[in-house]
Design a binder for this molecule. Sequence first.
Ligand code: PMP
Length: 394
Amino acid sequence: MFETVTPPEPDKIIRLMGMFAADPRADKVDLGVGVYRSPEGKTPVMAAVKAAERAIWERQETKGYVALTGDPGFLDAMRRLVLGDAVPAARVAGAGTPGGTGAVRQVLETVRRLRPDATVWISDPTWPNHPAIIDHLGQARRTYRYYDAATGGIDRDGMMADLAGVAAGDVILLHGCCHNPTGGDLTRGDWEAVAGLCQRTGAIPFVDMAYQGFGAGLEADAEGVRVLAAALPEVLIAASCSKNFGLYRERVGAVLIVTGEGRAQAAAQGVLAGMNRQNFAFPPDHGARVVQDILSDDALGAMWREELEGMRRVMEGNRAALAAALREATGSDRFGFLGAHRGMFSLIGASPAQVETLRETHGIYLVGDGRMNVAGLTAAAIPRVARAVAEVLA
Ligand code: PMP
């Protein structure tokens, strides 16, 4: 079966992880892969997660199956976390999935099944797995302008002009916060404009929420998705707990579908159960149970929020420190956008050749499109990274 097969190109970020691991230089800096790192360079198990895991280990008496869409308590906790009280619970269908990627896949497969003629609109640029999954499913896709490379900000006029071309039933994929890879987020006014566009055209928004709590804060990061949910009859949501709970390898995510109360909600719930059944049957439980326990316990919840907020501040601090070091190294405010961006990522405007020079000459690893993970910075590395970026991008 495989003799004549050409395997797909390995994911560029996975390839980069391999190159970093093989690099013998002691002062190499990993600003590539999208995981949070503490100032000590660690991706820690959060204290609230440890405490919840300990309690589960003590209490759990069976590993028997739960339900095709996962534990309803987990889904309810995720609904509250993402949607707050923007819509009544009776309007929301949900399903647990293996990570945010699993949720993205289930949403896009639902679109494929129910709206095979719809076009999925993705930002230019976006997380590479978005177009990869859309293409794998054979769905049509188009891009909308998003990033203004000249300013490091959002090209909102270009975005709205491109999205004026959507047809009724088309799907607009948006990053809920902490846009990957650019770091540029929509404002409340932008979200309201998108809601108005969907109302006028009948397009359906699909919000990929992979970094809630990493941007401006847990509630502020959910503002956009809540604006859409309050205004529109249907919203598709993929949420990930990989980053904000540090549960990467446990694979915790959820699909949330905002739809009409009653028949539509029940139908959406049934579609999600069927989709899980065919793709993997039951979603992973352990990490989802940890999230459920943290979100439904006041003490654990407070512990988690505080730790998450600490992580957010580390990233904010790294951004400010790097922007200041670059201001000094370049004598200009050319990289000032680093301080305005949100979340782990920023596009720094480096060409593929410059990314290669940073890696080969300076041992500084960025993704090929010039995406930097600011969580990979440490106080010790910031001056060196600033000097290298200023020199290579001069
Ligand atoms: N969406 C986006 C935009 C992401 O950046 C990621 C993480 N790389 C995900 C979804 C899903 O991550 P995971 O499957 O690890 O939860």
